[in-house]
Write a protein that binds this ligand. Structure first.
Ligand code: IPD
Length: 276
């Protein structure tokens, strides 16, 4: 089967740019907010509407392709990644930011074929930052090539952390301990509230490493490729190869830096299933 990557790439760039207009319109107006797994796991009418638009338009163009979307999964649709060409979609990564009017929000779309992501787009329409990558062709921000920092020393690093949505005391303790272990050595810790934009900040060299437990495949399928195409290293926080369905990620500007962070971490396990 021949894949016309250029056609896929152009199509998704056009669609994401249109979807960005809807996100921007919704950003500063009052919106209907609901909760999902718990009282801090939020969803808005915009998340659902944008995912519907993206899936509908992509399905019309590529009727044999499969889809994994954050909101479709929340509504009970199968979210297992197979070898089929699969579009992995987070309509709004950073939903809590979106609800609060904090501008770190992004539309994320990745295309995986044989379980490998080959096209990635992460668009922050509020700041007008478009990050993109095609496997083997480098990473770009608004069309210009980006490179990670190449930092090798934790002592000189700006690290991104995250608390995510779990309020389980044991999970919160592990995450707090991880932050504590890192801040003892690093220049700083930052929290963005968007897994995808965290990885894009590594990709463009503004931060040096990122660790998160509990995010989902749609939060980082696209930005993982963008980070790697910008020269960064991604793995499971234990140092094992990354599995996008395992809900844990360590990304660092270099493998040396990842190897300094990994032993500091208390690891949290998830059932290897990407459903909410
Ligand atoms: C969340 C954001 C957040 C991260 C969570 C994600 P959503 O995605 O990326 O930064 O900490 O783990 O689930 O729900 O806003 O798409």
């Amino acid at each position: 089967l021949e894949h016309d990557i250029d056609v896929y790439y152009k199509t998704v760039l056009d669609l994401v740019s249109l979807a960005g207009k809807v996100v921007s319109q919704g950003f500063s107006v009052a919106k209907r907010i609901e909760t999902k797994s718990n009282t801090v796991d939020l969803v808005t009418e915009y998340d659902q509407r944008i995912e519907e638009i993206l899936i509908k338009q992509l399905r019309e163009k590529f009727p044999t392709h499969k889809f994994i979307g954050e909101e479709s999964s929340a509504a009970g649709h199968e979210a297992t990644l197979t070898d089929d060409p699969t579009w992995i979609i987070d309509p709004i990564d950073g939903t809590t930011n979106f609800v609060h009017g904090f501008p770190m929000v992004a539309i994320c779309v990745a295309l995986a074929i044989n379980k490998d992501v080959i096209i990635a787009v992460v668009f922050n329409p509020i700041l007008d930052h478009l990050y993109s990558a095609v496997r083997g062709k480098g990473a770009f921000k608004n069309g210009r090539p980006i490179q990670c920092s190449k930092q090798t020393e934790l002592g000189l690093s700006q690290v991104i952390g995250a608390y995510g949505y779990s309020r389980d005391p044991a999970v919160l303790d592990a995450k707090s301990k991880n932050q504590r272990m890192i801040i003892e050595k690093a220049h700083s810790i930052r929290m963005m509230g968007s897994a995808a934009l965290s990885l894009c900040l590594i990709a463009e060299g503004s931060c040096d490493a990122y660790v998160e437990y509990g995010a989902y495949i749609w939060d980082y399928a696209a930005s993982d490729l963008i980070a790697r195409e910008a020269g960064a290293y991604t793995c499971d926080p234990t140092g094992a190869p990354l599995n996008l369905s395992h809900r844990r990620m360590l990304c660092a500007a270099t493998k040396e830096l990842a190897e300094q962070i990994s032993p500091l971490l208390t690891h949290i396990d998830y059932v290897s299933d990407s459903k909410k």
